[in-house]
Design a protein around this ligand. Sequence first.
Ligand SMILES: Cc1cc2nc3c(=O)[nH]c(=O)nc-3n(C[C@H](O)[C@H](O)[C@H](O)COP(=O)(O)O)c2cc1C
Length: 246
Amino acid sequence: MTKKDITEENKEDVNNGGYDAPSNVNEVEVINTYELEEKAKEVVPKGGFDYMSGASGDEFTLQQNTKVWDKKGILPRVLADVEFQETSTSIFGQELKVPFVMSPIAAHGLAHQTKEAGTARGIAEFGGSIMSISAYSGASFSEIEEGLKDNKRWFQIYMSKDDEMNKNIIDEAKADGASAIILTADATLGGNRDRDDRNKFVYPFGMPIVSRYLKGDAKNMSLNNIYAQSKQKISTDDVHFLKEPE
Ligand SMILES: Cc1cc2nc3c(=O)[nH]c(=O)nc-3n(C[C@H](O)[C@H](O)[C@H](O)COP(=O)(O)O)c2cc1C
């Protein structure tokens, strides 16, 4: 499978119903994450790849993040008996094999046709981490469960302006087994995402979890349009509300 270049002729197809996410399931040799990104670029349609790897505001902060990480050093501890290495830890009382979780990421279906269920399957097979389900998931809770199979999960919410909707969503996430709720408070508005603008990027499929509060179901909608319909007036009151929605 090769990446799809966007031309004037196929622009609509690539970004809309004809979005051609990969369906293959292969063993991939991962030497490092930079190479993994290159491999993804070969198979993921350009609109989706740019959405996933791009950023807003001239991508200044994206570049800055990488630069700052490059400046971090590791302080070696020698003579420390490293015969048996141990990466396991726990968070909120849940045991993890590794000190990281799957962060909430919108629209996995841009990367693979199995959507969030495919990612969930990977997490479940690994068995020692937590899947964070994004409110902007392209799959429903029950579709994700097909891959997740009782594995631990958290739920991330982009709040609606309507608290009744928020309560419904949180109730559904809890019924699905979420053991923590992540409130995203630092992304309440869209940004200037040049790559998405250039590609005229819109989501090629719906978002069942948030579609209940959107005008439309997210299919063929831009990220900015979806963000605009979410809640901007977020405060500590919302944290209390999410803890105990009335
Ligand atoms: C393509 C993409 C989609 C994302 N979608 C969401 C999302 O739906 N909800 C959310 O809270 N954060 C989302 N994030 C933010 C990530 O969860 C994470 O906080 C951020 O990428 C920083 O972690 P990193 O430095 O490991 O990338 C997204 C990030 C990326 C790159």
